[in-house]
Write a new protein. Structure first.
Length: 306
């Protein structure tokens, strides 16, 4: 059976990217302009539950995703100082990174010259600066070369889709790891992952008056919790920092948009986003808390020496 490209081929990095054609054009209702409260977005009732992992079928559209029992880590790297070293240091670090959970999001952008949308699944997305003042800053990294990276560099716009932590979100994430070989087919069969492609509209202020602004596509459906609209950070670095074979992308958040539209499913307000560890998509499970019922131990934080 032909092997499939999966998210964990490089720990903590953005992975394969796709080109697809935009067909449906609709306006979206902004959920949260910066400075206002954000409300929870209804989504799939299957997106919550105990810690589980999700298994992919041989074909993305042949069988649905399901919740599977938890699995133990598949590998633990040995000390890099051990003799003889079982793996080169980069491979040991890659194995170690499988023990950590990473957020899973889908980034979209549009190539201005051809108006061709691009998308990729990535696991390096995080917030960077949230202090009051200028817009919040988010970051992620992309392996170069990348068509999605080229699109967001040229358009200076991109959208980050926060996926639901359940089978619906896993379907969307896996769909956009398929690579560029299938081309237009990725969009033509987009219903296979339970989402539709729409186009965000520019705001009514200065951004809307700039004719050169090319907005990025928005994925809307059961597996998408939120869409974070961003513009490339306008600073001396240009929002792009090259580090060897990767590029760190810095973006300023413009607004947050509802991902699944109207309707929704009761109970979805309790959903967390999709995560990834040890080559599998997972959903958040148990919470760790202090045990206040047992003997009180001395708080090390109260010792001025600590």
């Amino acid at each position: 059976m032909k092997s499939r490209r999966v998210l964990g081929s490089k720990a903590g990095h953005a992975f394969s990217h796709n080109a697809f054609q935009l067909r449906t054009i609709r306006s979206l209702r902004p959920l949260h302009k910066l400075g206002g409260p954000a409300r929870a977005l209804p989504s799939s009732s299957n997106c919550c539950g105990p810690t589980r992992c999700f298994h992919a079928s041989p074909s993305p559209s042949s069988r649905p995703w399901k919740v599977a029992p938890p699995t133990a880590p598949s590998v633990h790297p040995h000390s890099s100082a051990s003799e003889p070293a079982s793996l080169p240091l980069p491979e040991q670090l890659r194995a170690l990174m499988r023990l950590l959970t990473h957020s899973v999001v889908v980034c979209t952008s549009t190539a201005p010259a051809s108006r061709s949308p691009r998308a990729m699944t990535m696991s390096s997305f995080t917030s960077l600066a949230l202090a009051p003042g200028p817009g919040p800053v988010v970051s992620f990294n992309v392996a170069a070369p990348s068509r999605t990276l080229d699109a967001l560099r040229d358009s200076k716009r991109f959208n980050v889709h926060v996926l639901a932590g359940g089978p619906a979100g896993a379907r969307v994430a896996d769909w956009f790891t398929r690579g560029n070989d299938e081309g237009r087919r990725v969009f033509e069969e987009l219903a296979g992952c339970g989402v539709e492609l729409v186009q965000a509209q520019a705001g009514s202020g200065e951004e809307a008056r700039q004719a050169e602004v090319v907005e990025s596509p928005v994925l809307r459906g059961e597996g998408v919790l939120y869409v974070i609209r961003c513009k490339l950070l306008d600073e001396p670095s240009g929002g792009l920092i090259r580090v060897r074979d990767h590029v760190i992308v810095l973006g300023e958040v413009v607004e947050i948009i509802e991902g699944s539209g109207k309707g929704g499913v009761p109970g979805a307000d309790d959903c967390f986003g999709l995560i990834y560890a040890d080559r599998r998509y997972r959903q958040l499970g148990s919470t760790l808390a202090r045990d206040d019922t047992g003997p009180q131990s001395e708080d090390p934080g109260s010792d001025p020496k600590n």
